[in-house]
Design a protein around this ligand. Structure first.
Ligand code: UN1
Length: 518
């Protein structure tokens, strides 16, 4: 993923209502440099969403100071009370759902129904994690020695850094910030430079819900300066980042050197497999939604469709006809199916992959163009594109495109489909369409991915199950569900010996104990 060009406009160039600050230690403050950057509508670049603090390492230091100061009291605040604040945030998000969704369409481009879904995902996460405030389950286990109690509790980690992308500008921050807060951590949050307004509105909700000063801090600016300053600060004990594989590797490498907890959710090259016994119309519905929902800008997007050779032609014809009928435009119009891509460099990168596909010998079945007529020229619109006759080894079948482009690959049989599906560096989400129960269960077993769907596309994960992937998609952590708590807690094992004597684990034999003999 890339970011909008940062403009160095001074705040005087915009009315104060359009200029937005960082939130540090309970105060809205300008970047120390006084500089700002602009966030514009990707459907219409003349529509300015606002100017935001162009921060640097000095601002990050202030934010970490505040988070560090707030941590001891927050850590000691009972988790059910922390959760009550999150419950208030959930209710506020419900009240502001429409307002947030409308801003999201303007700032990021996804269509209004999907923007509402993005906010809903954050609401779901707030309720789920608020529930965790009265659980945060640990473990009690029997000790091998008499009159000794053994348990493990979850402890917060400390100050955590949250670095988020633009494609789910409210949902993804919520996956990270909410479990971090309920578990007793304090947060420094840096959103993508493409979607600072959505992030700011989420922070406003948390402030109104009553989170104390310093518990949530918000610093806007680029990944190179702000993101890396968060990573480098030794007081930040854990980082959670969603972004590209190249950025993730850089951050994870540095965190490795600093012995810092790092959880990465990175790229994907997800596939839908369609077997000869599948309901083809259902699979076409799924492929259309999986490939072109959010203009293909989901980590989970169905960017490969692997179809049994006996149904390939029929499937391709149906998918192409449906793709051609998709309506492109500004996502605020309820009739629009596909909005713009997020920014200019994204548009260029997507289109570059179309050129690569053509050069590799794939057959362009529909789409393939940047739209420049009329109102389209104001934004970053790329036609939904389907390539046919794609070989599994082609770059367009191996690399994450992150746009409205999908590829069709023909498979010899079920085993071949599984092999092709597994044949990339990524392992986020894979899907199998079949009506054969043995094949469905074999697919669940054999597909190498963090998320597997049967008779549904590769998108549509729910917040109560772990989200994340294997291979180059991540580094073994998961977000959401109970796994979301694991990311932001340390295990603390506690032994309480009430025998009144020195007992030696692994050495004393059980029968020797006076407590057993009496
Ligand atoms: C992403 O793909 O970047 O599973 C996040 C889904 C959404 C989240 C997607 N709930 O499609």
């Amino acid at each position: 993923m890339s970011t909008k060009t940062e403009s160095r406009q001074g705040s005087s160039q915009a009315s104060s209502s359009q200029t937005h600050n960082n939130y540090i230690g309970g105060q809205w403050v300008k970047a120390r440099s006084g500089e700002t950057f602009a966030s514009n509508n990707p459907a219409d670049q003349s529509d300015l969403i606002g100017l935001f603090a162009l921060s640097s390492a000095a601002d990050v230091k202030d934010a970490v100071d505040a988070a560090e100061k707030a941590y001891p009291a927050w850590r000691r605040t009972p988790a059910p009370f922390r959760a009550e604040l999150l419950m208030k945030a959930a209710r506020l998000l419900e009240t502001r759902k429409e307002e947030l969704a409308q801003i999201m369409v303007r700032e990021m481009g996804k269509v209004i129904k999907e923007a509402r879904g993005d906010v809903q995902e954050a609401i779901d996460m707030a309720y789920y994690m608020a529930g965790e405030g009265r659980r945060l389950m640990g473990a009690t286990v029997p000790s091998e020695l008499p009159n000794k109690f053994a348990m493990a509790v979850r402890a917060p980690i400390g100050v955590v850094g949250v670095i988020t992308p633009w494609n789910f500008p409210v949902a993804i921050p919520s996956w990270k910030i909410f479990p971090a807060l309920v578990a007793g951590n304090t947060v420094v949050f840096k959103p993508a430079t493409d979607t600072p307004m959505c992030a700011l509105m989420l922070v406003e909700v948390l402030i109104e819900a009553g989170f104390p000063p310093g518990v949530i801090n918000f610093v806007t600016g680029g990944g190179g300066k702000v993101g890396m300053a968060i990573v480098e600060d030794p007081r930040v004990r854990a980082i959670s980042i969603t972004g590209s594989t190249s950025v993730g590797k850089q951050v994870a490498g540095r965190c490795g050197e600093l012995m810092k907890r790092i959880s990465c959710e990175l790229g994907g090259k997800n596939a839908i497999c369609v077997m000869e016994d599948a309901d083809i119309d259902l699979a076409v519905d799924g492929a259309l939604w999986g490939a072109f929902g959010t203009a293909g800008q989901r980590c989970t997007a169905s960017s490969r469709i692997i179809v049994h050779k006996s149904r390939y032609k029929e499937f391709a014809e149906k998918l192409v006809a449906r793709t051609k009928a998709l309506k492109l435009g500004n996502g605020l119009d309820a009739d629009i199916d596909v909005g713009p891509v997020a920014n200019k460099s994204q548009l260029e990168s997507v289109h570059n992959y179309v050129e690569i596909g053509k050069k590799e010998g794939a057959k362009l079945l529909c789409g393939g163009n940047i739209l420049t007529d009329g109102d389209f020229s104001k934004g970053f619109f790329h036609e939904p594109t389907v390539f046919g006759d794609v070989k599994p080894s082609m770059r367009i079948a191996q690399e994450e495109i992150f746009g409205p482009v999908t590829v069709l690959i023909s498979a010899e049989d079920f085993d071949d489909a599984i092999e092709i599906a597994n044949g990339t560096d990524y392992g986020l989400s894979l899907a199998m369409y079949t009506n054969d129960v043995s094949r469905a269960f074999t697919a669940m077993q054999e597909l190498e991915a963090g998320i597997v769907y049967i008779n549904a596309p590769t998108i549509g994960a729910e917040i109560q199950l772990p989200f994340g992937g294997v291979k180059q998609t991540g580094n073994g952590h998961r977000e959401a569900g109970i796994a979301g708590i694991d990311q932001f807690t340390e295990w603390k094992a506690i032994y309480v010996d009430y025998s009144g004597r020195l007992q030696k684990a692994q050495i004393d034999t059980h029968g020797d104990s006076p407590a057993v003999k009496e």
